[in-house]
Design a protein around this ligand. Structure first.
Ligand SMILES: *Cc1c(COP(=O)(O)O)cnc(C)c1O
Length: 412
């Protein structure tokens, strides 16, 4: 087992071990976070449940409060080896990262990262393609705290520099946007932010570090809704934030002060999902691309919003920056309305109708992006359908969609 020797070295956070520099991420997701002292020889780190940790003496108890509690049992809220193992594994997938913290959902991860960075009077720049709960946080809690949000066109690129004002403190990115799939020029935005000493945050849920290593691209905080591809089985809520160089302590302080913590059982399921994430992403990415290409040829489909296809805004940036695509994309129907779209979706045999994505099973969702826009407009030839492609047979999924398009034609 190579794991033991790999894990003998390290800086205590399990990051950037030199002896791991040359291995591929497919190997990393198998080995990462499995430190010998946490696994005790068991392949997967077991579930360590705890609230109280017992000390040998009053002196021992007092000393524990003074030492760094990182990766040391202190109190259940600070975690046990079960949570540390998953956090460490996510750090190892991001070359250059300084540490990862876990959250009870992706939204909790986004909220904590923003609260770690922003103070009253600050301005946040948020892409107009943002995930709706991120917009709700900006317009709700952040606004109430005196933090203002300026929405920007996700395709802004280097011109973001012109939007940076005196009070701008952070730039949030989501690439691609999870409904309409605009691919952002993250390196250009990061360069502008650095020139103005502004913090950058990226919701990297679609690509994961396997397809877009965000910290290596200069992002300060990269966020995953682990609920999606890390967990991969549609049965756990989980989030993570991985911090770049010099950014970990501020995140940890905010996380502890907000009392954010994750159940060891959920972290364990996250670790279990992570081991197959590279395999699932490859299969789901390849199936999604085949289905997207098939949809593009159908006369009832006006546009396919998949970053690997030229119709998608930011396609050139995708080709330049990403190692591949994942399993989520949208298509625009050519005309038709709500009822025709419902006829398509309702009769699907192999696609569930529901929120979330990243699991092993396919989903279809009606989405209406114009409800979630502030500074850009959404124009489309017809209604939009978002597909999450699972690991079923591509032929079965295409036949199902073919029948769906026939229902759409009959109902429009
Ligand atoms: C689902 C999702 C989230 C939120 O994750 P939860 O675990 O559901 O809270 C954040 N960002 C994106 C892009 C998502 O799709």
């Amino acid at each position: 087992m190579g794991c033991r020797s790999h894990h003998a070295k390290g800086d205590g956070r399990g990051v950037n071990r030199d002896d791991k520099a040359e291995i591929e991420n497919e190997t990393r997701v198998v080995q990462a976070g499995r430190r010998a002292e946490w696994t005790q020889g068991i392949v997967n780190p077991p579930v360590w449940r705890a609230s109280t940790i017992l000390y040998d003496s009053v002196a021992d108890l007092r000393a524990s409060g003074k030492r760094d509690t990182h990766h040391r049992l202190f109190y259940g809220r600070r975690g046990t080896p079960t949570q540390w193992s998953l956090a460490d594994a996510l750090t190892e997938l991001e070359p250059g990262a300084s540490g990862t913290l876990l959250y009870p959902s992706g939204v909790a991860a986004i909220a904590t990262a923003l609260l770690a960075v922003l103070s009253p009077g600050d301005e946040l720049l948020l892409p107009d393609s943002s995930y709706d709960p991120t917009r709700a946080l900006a317009g709700g809690l952040l606004a109430r705290m005196g933090i203002t949000t300026r929405f920007y066109d996700p395709m802004v690129g280097a011109a973001i520099a012109q939007l940076i004002g005196e009070r701008t403190r952070a730039i949030f990115m989501e690439s691609p946007g999870s409904l309409t799939f605009e691919v952002q020029d993250v390196p250009a935005i990061v360069a502008a932010a650095r020139a103005h000493r502004i913090v950058t945050l990226l919701d990297n849920t679609w690509a994961t570090p396997l397809l877009f290593p965000a910290i290596a691209r200069g992002v300060d905080y990269t966020i995953l809704a682990c609920t999606k591809y890390v967990v991969g089985h549609s049965d756990v809520m989980l989030g993570s934030v991985t911090a770049g160089h010099g950014r970990y302590d501020a995140l940890r302080t905010a996380t502890y002060q907000l009392g954010q913590c994750v159940s060891p059982d959920d972290a364990w399921l996250g670790s279990r999902g992570l081991r197959t994430m590279a395999l699932r992403l490859k299969a789901q990415g390849s199936a999604a691309l085949q289905i997207a290409q098939w949809l593009k040829m159908q006369p009832d489909v006006a546009r396919v919003l998949h970053p690997a296809l030229p119709d998608c805004p930011g396609h050139d940036v995708f080709v330049r920056d990403f190692k591949g695509g994942s399993g989520l994309f949208s298509f625009v129907l050519d005309g038709g309305g709500e009822a025709a779209r419902a006829a398509l979706i309702d009769g699907l045999a192999h696609f569930g109708i529901g929120y979330s994505w990243g699991g092993f099973e396919s989903l279809a969702l009606p989405v209406d992006p114009h409800h979630h826009r502030s500074c850009t407009c959404w124009h489309a030839e017809g209604p939009l359908v978002r597909l999450q492609i699972g690991i079923e047979s591509v032929d079965d999924l295409i036949a199902d969609l073919d029948a769906g398009l026939a229902r759409f034609r009959a109902a429009r």
